[in-house]
Design a protein around this ligand. Sequence first.
Ligand SMILES: Nc1ncnc2c1ncn2[C@@H]1O[C@H](COP(=O)(O)OP(=O)(O)O)[C@@H](O)[C@H]1O
Ligand SMILES: [Mg+2]
Length: 388
Amino acid sequence: MRTDCPPRPNPYTPGAGDRPRALVGRTDQLALAESVRTQLEAGYSANSLMYVGLRGAGKTVLLKEIADRLAQAGWYAPYLELRRGLAVDVALAAVAGRFAGHLRPGAKLTRRVGQFLRRGGGLQVLGSGGHVGAGRSVPAYDDLARVLTSLGEAALDDGLGVALIADELQSVSLASLGALVHVVQDLRDRLPFAFIGAGLPHLPSYIARAATYTERFRYEPTDNLHEKEARAAVIDPAAEEGVSWAEDALRRVVAVADGYPYFLQLYAFEAWEAAVRDGAIEITLGHVAAAEPYALRQIESGIYGARFEGATESERRYLFAMSVLMNAEGDRVRSGDVARALNRELSAVSPTRDALIRKGVIHAPDHGLLAFSIPGFRQYVVGRSGDG
Ligand SMILES: Nc1ncnc2c1ncn2[C@@H]1O[C@H](COP(=O)(O)OP(=O)(O)O)[C@@H](O)[C@H]1O
Ligand SMILES: [Mg+2]
């Protein structure tokens, strides 16, 4: 039914790092971060906390929520998005000021952060270090350690803490990651300093390669949402705007998204747009049906297309072989079977497999097994197999 209602902002957030109106299903993950805070404020140390999960599962928005909550508690908790070639100290210098806003007036930590910022983002002093190979030099990490130590000491006096919140950790070079882990381990035992990060599922093995002493990392999965949570992710943002979902429409979105947070946001976003075109205040199955081609087009040109176009010839052949085997065997394949299908030795194709894992296109749900990392990607690969 068409009603004259004022336009409402679309409450869904389909995009990397776009924070959902309703952050659902993350109670355990948030509680863990909270326990790190309690632990450190009471004068104990805490394990480093690493959230691991597939791309689109919601690691970034979780880290941002944790950063906000720590900041509200008076902590200095900058969120850093890392990428290949960007050293941790440079990333910290770039964001240092943005996270000073919540600091407690009068706290030593607040003054120390102020000093650090007045030195021009603070870490300019790091320019003194020369470069070693492609990575940053060790002296740069000495300076990072000095800055973090000084902040940590001030926080200790205040009964507060400092948290380094680092996203996309799997994209940091092994040398930088090793140096960072070293800095962290050095600080953690004597200062209220937390290291909280996120990365793709292969992060634990990557960290193990970067640093020999890593048993005090706690890896916490950030998985797809269960049905009840998925329903809430769809219903709650609309309810805030006075819009409801018909049961069959909701069921359809939850079914096509299959618990994958990015797809939930995308399908709900497009269904909302269809309802707006209709002037409706209830989202119906018809709206979802109208939305599906829009959503699919964005998935194909975006998340699927980018993965496929970014793959080399040999990576594509590997993906095709996986998709063909999967038709017969379900949603997982043995890497040995993929090698056989390609008429190659396992060792000859494992660099290709590893490159696809690093790119987050596939992952290893179990030893020797492989799966695609985005729902529906297998069908897309099958569809592209005629492209040459
Ligand atoms: N817990 C959640 N509840 C609802 N939507 C979420 C949740 N986590 C993530 N999303 C949505 O999923 C998408 C991907 O989130 P993001 O944090 O970028 O994933 P990742 O960093 O793991 O790749 C975004 O559109 C975001 O709004
Ligand atoms: Mg992310």
